[in-house]
Write a protein that binds this ligand. Structure first.
Ligand SMILES: [Zn+2]
Length: 300
């Protein structure tokens, strides 16, 4: 198996069997050895610096925050880790411990692995915020099973809904030689070019989604579609499934509705010598896109 991508959190044992044990969860939420990650409006508590670090609080420090949503994240060793939502505070709390930052801003500078729990917590809190009402009957839902299920409060319904992760494919398309396709959307940072990506549609395999998206976005037919690795991408609720593929046609026919600023072929030398300015930037360093580009530049 390949090395995990940034934001995977292998150190954490999610211990899913404990989520239904209300007594155990209650005890651990009060246990001073437990560690708690606070989320305020999609931002997480971190200690800023050259290498920002995740701040974990103990239950006593969190009492005053009176969080309405608490999620059991899992165990590291014997220590229970939770996330709490403190978005109801008009101003971010816990200022004496750190600052709330969006993982999108601090993630690329964090130590590998340090952002994994933030990614997990961010995705869970986003899901709680977006599923406050039942999709079937419209009644309010409530958080159960240590924050991993939302259940309809209508006694005649009681429908449960579970955290969502939407699969997206992301693919490095090369020509079998020295060129790769990168595109850019108008909303991206100036100069940024990245590999192609898109959502998997219902009833579609990942490989079919790769072929469809490449054809839709740049008009290329491809072969040798190979899975590489995956990455949690909680912006807001995706898992990125990385692939490589070889183009068998080479004339680009760009869909400017999807890639407003176009797409083109780049050589290894062009990418290796990327000036990282408004003329050309490579994908952000915490992304699977950057990993795929880097490995291809190195001849992978
Ligand atoms: Zn309902």
């Amino acid at each position: 198996m390949k090395n995990p991508n940034i934001y995977a959190s292998r150190a954490l044992d999610r211990a899913g069997h404990l989520r239904r044990d209300d007594d155990w969860i209650r005890q651990r939420l009060a246990d001073r050895s437990s560690r708690i990650l606070a989320v305020w409006r999609s931002r997480s508590l971190v200690l800023e610096g050259d290498m920002p670090r995740t701040v974990l609080l103990d239950p006593e420090q969190c009492l005053a925050a009176a969080s309405p949503t608490r999620v059991f994240l899992g165990l590291i060793g014997d220590v229970a880790h939770f996330a709490i939502d403190v978005s109801h505070h008009a101003e971010p709390p816990f200022r004496e411990h750190g600052e709330f930052h969006d993982l999108r801003q601090v993630g690329p500078r964090m130590a590998p692995g340090d952002g994994g729990m933030i990614a997990f917590a961010r995705a869970m809190m986003t899901w709680h915020h977006r599923h406050r009402f039942c999709g079937l009957c419209g009644a309010p839902t409530e958080s159960v099973q240590a924050g991993h299920v939302r259940q309809c409060t209508n006694p005649d319904c009681r429908t449960q809904c579970f955290p969502r992760t939407d699969p997206a494919v992301i693919m490095l398309v090369h020509d079998g030689g020295d060129r790769v396709v990168l595109g850019r959307k108008a909303t991206m940072m100036p100069g940024l070019h990245t590999i192609l990506a898109g959502f998997v549609e219902p009833g579609e395999s990942m490989e079919d989604a790769v072929a469809r998206e490449v054809y839709e976005e740049v008009g290329l037919r491809i072969a040798d579609i190979d899975y590489h690795s995956s990455q949690p991408w909680p912006f807001p609720a995706n898992v990125m499934l990385g692939f490589t593929a070889r183009a068998v046609t080479f004339d680009l026919n760009v869909d400017y509705n999807e890639l407003e600023d176009g797409a083109r072929w780049f050589t290894r030398d062009q990418l290796r010598n990327s000036p990282e300015d408004d003329t050309l930037r490579l994908p952000r360093k915490d992304s699977i896109a950057r990993r795929l580009v880097n490995e291809w530049i190195e001849g992978g």
